[in-house]
Write a new protein. Structure first.
Length: 250
């Protein structure tokens, strides 16, 4: 092993010490959401790492949504909410190849079926009103005639799904679904452009899901959402990478 390699591994090891040390302070309750970290000199001494390694560890935890630094005011523990901590899920999803879109859609099918079932039990009248408004807007797009504004259609589709996820009452479930929306977006957009009746069919399926939410039928909502996402999953599964738009097309 070269000296350069050894030095690199040592630096990573020290950074890991910082990450694990700060995590332990949070898990134990010593540090709580919104708390400021001890000053750099004291924390480095406590963790027995160099100040450079401490900064690297802090940067890593900031990237993960655990810490944030305020210029001139120190470093603080974030709110530790699900959206912040599960944000890297979106990066993972975006880095997957187009040919793996069906895999991500399969994961979404499981999560969204559960979110629909929960939303059928927990949704509010405000949630239902928002969902109705989204679908009414899609009806206007479909009635407009001419070439469909596919991006506007997909934006509405995304809002429909994320609104249901939020109505599920589970911030963790909502954050996971939101993180997967971007990567699967292009598969849905390409389907909207290439399949003649996909838009009208998607709208019908959305209306069916909404009807079960309005009726407060968790299991029927679960089935409706699962079937809806399965249709897109099967489309993605039947098209290899050549069937997707080039990078930047969506």
């Amino acid at each position: 092993m070269s000296d350069d390699t050894a030095d690199g591994e040592a630096a990573r090891s020290q950074t890991d010490v910082v990450v694990e040390g700060v995590k332990a302070m949070i898990v134990s309750g010593e540090l709580r959401p919104g708390d400021r970290l001890p000053v750099e000199k004291d924390l480095a001494a406590r963790l027995r790492v160099s100040r450079g390694s401490l900064r690297e560890g802090v940067r890593a935890l900031a990237t993960l949504g655990v810490l944030h630094t305020r210029q001139g005011a120190g470093t603080y523990v974030t709110s530790l909410d699900a959206a912040a901590l599960l944000g890297p899920m979106g990066l993972f999803a975006e880095l997957r190849g187009e040919e793996q879109a069906h895999d991500l859609l399969g994961v979404r099918r499981v999560l969204e079926a559960e979110s629909a079932a929960r939303a059928a039990r927990l949704r509010t009248e405000e949630d239902l009103a928002e969902l109705r408004a989204i679908l009414d807007g899609v009806d206007e797009l479909l009635r407009a005639g001419g070439e469909l504004d596919a991006q506007a259609f997909i934006d509405a589709d995304t809002r429909f799904h994320t609104t249901i996820a939020r109505a599920s009452g589970s911030p963790t479930l909502a954050a996971l679904i939101d993180g997967l929306v971007g990567r699967t977006l292009r598969a849905r957009l390409w389907r909207a452009i290439t399949e003649q009746h996909a838009n009208a069919e998607t709208q019908r399926e959305h209306r069916a899901v909404l009807a079960e939410l309005e009726a407060g039928e968790p299991e029927r909502a679960r089935v409706r959402m699962s079937v809806h996402v399965l249709g897109v999953e099967e489309y993605a599964d039947s098209h290899d990478a050549e069937g997707y738009p080039p990078a930047g097309a969506a």
